[in-house]
Write a protein that binds this ligand. Structure first.
Ligand code: FNR
Length: 181
């Protein structure tokens, strides 16, 4: 049976290249995976006080995270880390205390940046909370996508075949990883 993969995008801007890459990976993924972007921009800042009567969007988000068989994270690099919205989503999904929805599932990260470094620092910063959340992260192949603003044309098509080939191999490797669990 197909594995349900929740896809999170850490940039909220309309023209986000991370979102374009997420959509490309969704197109390139093998049939064994069913991928869906789960929105995170609407989630209120995590505040423990709210957990007595959590906002509806937290409840819905936690349900979707709990139902997923795995996770893909597309992160920008903001000031040499992941974005605040991405970290907030991790925190919301990890609570209330004792009900971490992420635990025991496989995951993987794509980072991308307009710089040639491809958001590598954000990629690794995001790996740190995954250890405590107990998401089993794919280690290889890594995905650091540099010069991201040059990748897509006006119709949001990837301009170069080599990036498409790379992403296809990467998501195929992730599918194999998912089926190990
Ligand atoms: C950036 N950017 C950036 N890039 C980078 O390589 N390292 C960094 O530390 C930062 N820091 C940073 C901070 C903030 C607040 C912003 C808004 C941007 C640039 C970033 O790579 C670029 O905006 C990407 O295009 C963001 O990804 P999306 O929005 O295209 O998905």
């Amino acid at each position: 049976s197909k594995k349900k993969i929740a896809v999170l995008v850490g940039s909220l801007r309309k023209e986000s290249v991370n979102r374009k890459l997420a959509n490309e990976v969704i197109r390139l993924a093998p049939d064994s995976l069913e991928l869906e972007i789960i929105e995170i921009g609407q989630l209120a800042h995590y505040n423990e006080d709210l957990d007595a009567n959590p906002p509806a969007e937290w409840v819905e988000f936690r349900k979707k995270i709990g139902e997923a068989d795995g996770y893909l994270f597309f992160t920008p690099e903001y000031n040499r880390s992941t974005s605040g919205v991405m970290k907030n989503a991790l925190d919301v999904g990890s609570r209330p205390y004792g009900q971490n929805k992420w635990a025991g599932k496989p995951g993987a990260i794509v980072s991308s940046s307009m710089s040639p470094l491809g958001g590598s620092v954000a990629n690794h910063a995001l790996r740190q909370p995954m250890v405590f959340l107990n998401i089993y992260m794919m280690q290889q192949p890594e995905a650091y996508i540099g010069n991201s603003w040059e990748l897509f044309d006006e119709q949001n098509n990837l301009k170069n075949e080599s990036t498409k080939e790379f992403l296809k191999n990467w998501v195929n490797a992730f599918a194999k990883w998912v089926y190990k669990f």
